[in-house]
Design a protein around this ligand. Structure first.
Ligand SMILES: *Cc1c(COP(=O)(O)O)cnc(C)c1O
Length: 412
């Protein structure tokens, strides 16, 4: 007889433990912020993507409460089924203005936005080209679309061009063979700020290549929205590429402190998504409170307070980075709110994270499959809500924990 369900799963879980890849949830009893309450213990938090400290900001909480009063807690159904709430339209108008696009569409998560959008734009006769380090949501989206998938080396323009040449060639041949069908689409997908490395994509050069080869470009601004550009809309704005990127994707749950995902672009793109994006059509609309909080966050970014939060974040990051460099860490030279402390071994990274947690500092260990095998790291994020003194305390604990681990030969 086959082994029982739980026995089989137990073997699988033991395997994860043996490889240092087992994960577990930690129950927190406090809001996101610089201090977390975890199992009765207070932890200094350097793990969150809430870069501007908006997830617990009074302006967002007020907007969420007002939305609950007006629209209740649930959206009832998909927006195509039971009517589309004004708070979603208001969010989308605000997003389109923010990103300077004709239109925008909100999704229940960034993950859902990725899956729905790529699936609506590309199918089995098309080609999707992704950077090797894009987020799992984009990898899954590309695979699920059924398009031919090609992967270029991280931020490597030559490798991207090599694949684009092949793709353009393939398109020319296939359209000659079958004049009745539309010609194959070529969709390039990258992130503007990479989620686990904190480095930036060469977006200007990628945009030039996609023009040359008549491809389309989709940029995931999950870790850039709220942080870059004159109006804080992202790196597409900072690089002056508004209007040249066909599909701009964002998450509302990171610097914007709410929850959900969004796609911004032309009126036709959004109309197509409303009709064809399965994660939009077959999913209950985001909760009114989340939509209203995201709208309030975008508005807050345009105020003096918003600008001050952003300045504060960059100043704290400079402080952290110089502290880390003086401890001997090698960091990417670029400006982003993500600071990867590369360790390599999964076990050693997790040991260092555990040692820090014992000391009351939470910096998560990140390992396969979030990053490649033997590319484990601590992923340190600072937010505008941290105090300089808290950052200094974290740096001291990191030095001490590393020194302890060095004795066990565990640290870089
Ligand atoms: C977090 C993230 C997503 C998914 O967004 P959610 O709203 O959390 O589902 C997509 N892309 C990148 C790069 C991300 O970091």
């Amino acid at each position: 007889m086959a082994r029982s369900f739980d026995e089989q799963l137990d073997a699988q879980l033991q395997q994860l433990h043996a490889e240092g890849l087992h994960r577990e949830l930690r129950e927190l009893t406090s809001a996101q912020g610089p201090h977390l309450q975890w199992e009765g213990k207070s932890l200094l938090n350097f793990s969150s993507n809430d870069y501007l400290g908006l997830a617990n900001h009074s302006a967002l909480k007020t907007a969420a409460r007002d939305a609950v009063e007006l629209y209740g807690t649930g959206s009832g159904a998909s927006r195509l089924i039971c009517g589309s709430l004004a708070c979603h339209h208001e969010l989308e108008r605000t997003l389109a203005e923010f990103k300077q696009t004709e239109a925008a569409l909100s999704f229940s998560s960034g993950y859902a936005a990725a899956i729905g959008t790529v699936g609506a734009l590309a199918g089995k006769d098309d080609i999707v080209i992704i950077d090797r380090l894009v987020h799992a949501s984009l990898v899954d989206a590309a695979r699920l679309s059924g398009a031919q998938l090609r992967v270029f080396r991280h931020n490597d323009l030559e490798d991207l061009e090599r694949i684009l040449k092949w793709a353009a060639d393939h398109r020319a041949k296939s359209s000659k063979a079958d004049i009745t069908s539309r010609s194959a689409r070529i969709l390039i997908i990258t992130e503007s700020v990479f989620s686990m490395d904190g480095d930036l994509a060469p977006l200007r050069e990628i945009a030039a290549l996609k023009d040359t080869y008549e491809a389309w470009l989709m940029v995931d601004e999950a870790h850039a929205t709220g942080l870059y550009g004159r109006t804080c809309s992202g790196l597409v704005e900072e690089f002056n590429l508004t209007g040249r990127v066909e599909v701009q994707m964002a998450t509302l749950g990171k610097a914007l402190g709410a929850a959900g995902g969004a796609v911004c672009g032309s009126q036709n793109l959004i109309e197509l998504l409303v009709n064809q994006a399965r994660t939009f059509i077959f999913s209950t609309a985001p909760a009114p409170a989340a939509a209203a909080a995201a709208t309030a966050a975008i508005r807050l970014l345009q105020t003096n307070e918003g600008r001050a939060l952003r300045d504060r974040l960059w100043a704290l990051l400079d402080h952290v980075k110089s502290g880390l460099i003086s401890q001997g860490w090698e960091l990417p030279p670029l400006r982003s709110a993500i600071v990867p402390l590369l360790i390599g071994s999964e076990t050693k990274a997790m040991q260092l994270a555990d040692a820090l947690r014992e000391r009351g500092v939470f910096i998560p260990g990140i390992r396969y499959p979030s990053v490649g095998r033997n590319e484990a790291r601590l992923r340190l994020t600072v937010t505008a809500a941290h105090q300089r003194e808290e950052v200094d305390r974290m740096l001291q604990h990191l030095t001490a924990a590393c020194a302890e681990q060095l004795e066990a030969d565990a640290c870089a």
